[in-house]
Ligand binder design. Sequence first.
Ligand SMILES: Cc1cc2nc3c(=O)[nH]c(=O)nc-3n(C[C@H](O)[C@H](O)[C@H](O)COP(=O)(O)OP(=O)(O)OC[C@H]3O[C@@H](n4cnc5c(N)ncnc54)[C@H](O)[C@@H]3O)c2cc1C
Length: 390
Amino acid sequence: MSRVLVVGGGIAGLTTAIALRHAGLEATVSEAHPIGADGKGAFLTIMANGLDALRAIEAEHLVLDRSFTSNEVRMRNGHDRRLGVLSIPSPDPEHGPRTIRRADLYRVLVEEARRRGVEIQHGKRLVGTRYHGSVTAFFGDGTRLGGDLLIGADGVRSTTRTLIDPNAPQPAYTGWNIAMGAVRDALTDNHRDCYYMYFGRRATCGHITSPDGETWWFVNVPCGERDLADASPAQLRQRLGDLFAGDRIGTVQAIRATADENLTATACYQLPTVPTWSRAGMTLVGDALHVASPSTTQGASMAIEDAVTLAQCLRDVPDTTAALQLYERLRRERVERVVRSGFRKLGPRVPGPVQRLLRDRAVTRRTRHPDIDWLHLHHIDWDSDLSATG
Ligand SMILES: Cc1cc2nc3c(=O)[nH]c(=O)nc-3n(C[C@H](O)[C@H](O)[C@H](O)COP(=O)(O)OP(=O)(O)OC[C@H]3O[C@@H](n4cnc5c(N)ncnc54)[C@H](O)[C@@H]3O)c2cc1C
C-alpha cells in the first residue's frame, strides 16, 4: 500500500494519520473545514484505554503534557447528599483518565501529524469516490486525490458512511441536549482532579476544576433536538436556572458565573451499529462508525483505539480486504457494546419522586460494583504481529 487518504481532520482522522505513519504508511488528511475541526464541547476526558492506544504509537505524551488527572467521580443527589464515589479504572494512577481542552488536543494532534510527515489539506469536503482497484476521492472544490485506501473519519454525519452503503443508518437524536461551559475561580472549595456529578430533580450535571482553578461544567437536559442548541445565551442561562430551581447543586454556582461567550449547547446523537464497515477501497473510524452518548466519555478514546487498531491491521496484513475484515473483527463487538452502555445510562427523561429514589440507589450500587474494567483496561499490543490473527 503506498498512500492512504484520510477524510476528516478531527480526533479520529488526525490520530489515524499519525498511527499510519507509525506503521510506515503514507497518509494525507483532507478536512472540510477551512481552518480545522469544530470544537464542540470545551473539554473532554481521555480514558486509560485511549491513553493506552496513544502509547502504542508513541503519542501519549501529547495528552499527558497538557491535561490533568481525573481519576474519580463523586456522585451526589439534588440535595447535595453523597451517593457514592466511582473510581475510574486505570493500570496505574499516572495513566488514568486525563481531562484536556478540546482545542489543545486538536492543536497538538495537528502539530504531531505534520511533524511525522502527514499533509493536512483544509477546505476539502469529500463529495464522492470512484473505485477501480485504487480509490479516487472527489472534493467539493472540484479537486480530486488518488490513493490505495480511503478512511472516512468524517464524524457523525459521515459522507463516507453513505458512500460505502447508501442505506447506512443515520445517527438518532438521543432526546438529550448537553450544555457546557468554563469559568475561572468560581468554585474554590471543591477538590481538584475529580469530577462531581449531580443527579437533580429535573436534570443531571457535573463539573471538574483544573489545578489552575478553571471549572468546566456540563448539564444533560432532556428536551427537543434544537431546544438548547438554538437558544441564545440568555435563554440558555434561564433554562438551566429553571432546571435546578430548588436543588442544592455545586455546579449551579459555576453556571451562573460563566460568561455568555463561554456557554455552549449541542444535541446528542447515537449510532449503535453500522452494518457495512468497508467497501470499494473505503472504511470508517471514530464517530463516522459509532456514536455513543457523551455520558460514556468514550467517543475520543474509542476513535483513538479505532485509529491504532486499523493502522496495525494495515501494517501486518498485506491484502487490504483481509486487513479491513480483521479490523472489523477486532473492533465491532467492543464499539457496539460501548454505545449500548451509554444508552442504558440515559434513564427516564424527567423522573418522578419514586423514580428519583430508585435512580439514586442505582447510582450508589453502580459506584460499589462498577462493571467497567472491560472498557478502561483495554490494551493494544503494538508489537504483536496481527498477520497470525488474520
Ligand atoms: C458535548 C460533547 C462532549 C463530549 N465529551 C467527550 C469526552 O469527554 N470524552 C470523549 O472521549 N468523547 C467526548 N465526546 C465525543 C467526542 O467528542 C467524539 O467522539 C470525537 O470528537 C469524535 O471524533 P471524530 O474525529 O470521529 O469526529 P469529529 O470530531 O466530528 O471530526 C470529524 C471531522 O470531519 C470533518 N468532515 C465532515 N464531513 C466531511 C467531508 N465530507 N469531507 C471532509 N471532512 C469532513 C469535520 O469538519 C470534522 O473536522 C463528546 C461529544 C460531545 C458532543
